[in-house]
Ligand binder design. Structure first.
Ligand SMILES: *[C@@H]1O[C@H](CO)[C@@H](O)[C@H](O)[C@H]1NC(C)=O
Length: 516
């Protein structure tokens, strides 16, 4: 018996040793929603028995197999607080410009790599990793970390698949039917829209292949090349590294996006950040739900729309519109009002997942952050979406297209439109029915998102970078994929023939002239 115990114990130990990998997780974006995605990703890895070194500006999780590399400096350099909502509302600020985004995010990557804590980690020759996972944030520089550790590399994508990331593992998406998060349109397109999408994709390709790489490469040489040199390792070509990504894990599910064709190394793990067991509501909110005879509307515009940015008229307008509802309203806002209507409850803090899980919740009014939209779809709640910036327009259009939402344009006078939108969703049961159906499709997966996350990360390690899943298209130059060489041949051949013929005719003509 003792012997058997001993063997079992030995088996247990050895299985732990070979099951747990050492993983570098790079999530340096200093924004609360990105922090939630990073923390949840790392928690899922830790719960599966892996050891994680986590580059993060937040220090929210603790675990004996976790080491956090602190880049909280990023919080000082970039902050959601710097987003000027007034300028967005008056139209003087456009955060949708790819060049602006690229500039901001490459600077962030630069600052992250220059961080002394990160430098110390990268220069430590004792560090070994089985795989690297990094959040994709509009540039490719982190994928060169694979050269530092000779480890396969995985991108984590925070939003729905787009051409920028697919260009790294397959090729750009076909603009005739795919969406980009900046123009935020959803197919099918009119002729003009289709041409605009093509134009957008061509500009993007120009930026990706011509304008941006020298800037990225300079950062690669500034930080990574020097480290490779100091470690005595070869310095690979920048493109050889950035087009050598093993996998993309997308924070999305097909049910919640357009079902675009994707390469085999793109895997969906959307919904992994949602708790398996949603915590019960705290007492005060529970009471509000228990007393709500006509259901509850949850109103939360995320952390970007701060009270200080909204004029008094606008706040009073919203308050009045909410007060006219027969439903009970929970408004997450940092300011309360002396004249708050009886049915409106303002709370500074709200456990969003617990609220969305309540069967008595009839509507969620949101800014359309991808986490909020994912959670609403997960719990089957219809929406009114007021997008503010970034991918939120795209997210809004997606849920409108799915028939579970109505969209409202952000403006100082939006409360009139908001009233119409809320009445529409609350007055027609099709929105709630569609939301339940979409939720069912969202859940009907072969693996739970957290399990899929671990399975694919481990698969990449087990198969040394999963070369069998790589798209064959990545090795074929774009002009060959599009048969531009054949097109050139077809167009050039008649032209050449014509030239030769003319030459021949003219020659014989001139000969004739000579002879006569
Ligand atoms: C590409 O990735 C694979 C798998 O991680 C690795 O074996 C190979 O050395 C990488 N190639 C380059 C050029 O880095």
């Amino acid at each position: 018996m003792k012997m058997l115990n001993f063997i079992l114990f030995g088996l247990l130990i050895s299985s732990c040793l070979c099951d747990g990998y050492r993983i570098l997780a790079v999530f340096p974006t200093p924004s609360p929603s990105h922090g939630i995605l990073g923390d949840s990703f790392v928690k899922a890895l830790l719960n599966a028995g892996h050891e994680v070194v986590y580059i993060s500006p937040f220090k929210k999780i603790n675990h004996q197999k976790l080491e956090i590399i602190d880049v909280s400096q990023n919080l000082e350099v970039f902050s959601d607080k710097n987003i000027d909502v007034k300028a967005i509302m008056t139209g003087s600020l456009n955060l949708q410009d790819p060049k602006f985004l690229f500039g901001m995010t490459t600077t962030m990557t630069d600052v992250t790599l220059a961080n002394p804590n990160v430098q110390k980690l990268l220069r430590d020759p004792k560090q070994k990793f089985d795989v690297i996972v990094a959040e994709y944030f509009f540039n490719n520089i982190f994928s060169t970390l694979s050269a530092v550790y000779d480890a396969p590399f995985i991108w984590f994508l925070t939003i729905v698949p787009h051409s920028l990331i697919l260009d790294q593992i397959h090729g750009p998406m076909n603009p005739a039917y795919s969406s980009d998060y900046i123009e935020a349109r959803i197919a099918p397109y009119s002729f003009v829209e289709r041409v605009r999408e093509l134009y957008f994709t061509l500009t993007l390709l120009y930026n990706l292949h011509v304008a941006f790489p020298p800037i990225e490469e300079a950062i690669y040489h500034k930080h990574i090349s020097t480290i490779l040199k100091s470690l005595g390792k070869p310095i690979p070509d920048y493109n050889a590294l950035t087009y050598n990504v093993s996998m993309v894990l997308g924070n999305s599910q097909v049910a919640l996006e357009s079902a675009v064709p994707l390469p085999p190394n793109f895997k969906h793990i959307g919904g992994y950040h949602i708790d398996d067991d949603v915590k019960p509501l705290p007492g005060n909110l529970k009471k509000i739900f228990d007393n709500a005879k006509n259901g509850v509307v949850y109103f939360s515009l995320g952390s970007n729309l701060k009270s200080k940015d909204l004029p008094e008229d606008m706040k009073q307008g919203i308050l009045k519109v909410l007060g006219e509802l027969k439903q009970t309203v929970i408004w997450k806002f940092e300011e309360s009002f002396p004249n708050t209507p009886k049915n409106v409850h303002i709370v500074q803090w709200a456990p969003q997942q617990s609220i969305l899980a309540e069967p008595n919740l009839v509507l969620f009014v949101t800014h359309g952050g991808f986490l909020s939209v994912t959670e609403a779809v997960h719990f089957g709640v219809p929406l009114v979406v007021i997008p503010v910036f970034g991918d939120q327009f795209m997210n809004a259009n997606l849920v409108v297209k799915k028939g579970i939402a109505v969209q409202v344009k952000l403006s100082y006078t939006m409360y009139n439109e908001l009233k119409v939108a809320m009445d529409t969703v609350l007055g027609d049961s099709k929105y709630a029915t569609n939301a339940k159906a979409l939720s069912a499709a969202f859940h009907d997966l072969e693996m739970k998102p957290k399990d899929a996350l671990n399975f694919w990360v481990e698969h990449v390690v087990r198969t040394r970078g999963a070369p069998h899943l790589r798209s064959v298209a990545i090795d074929i130059p774009l002009y060959q994929r599009m048969y531009l060489d054949l097109l050139a041949l077809i167009l050039l051949t008649p032209a050449v023939l014509l030239l030769v013929l003319r030459r021949f005719c003219c020659k014989s003509d001139s000969q004739k002239v000579k002879r006569s």
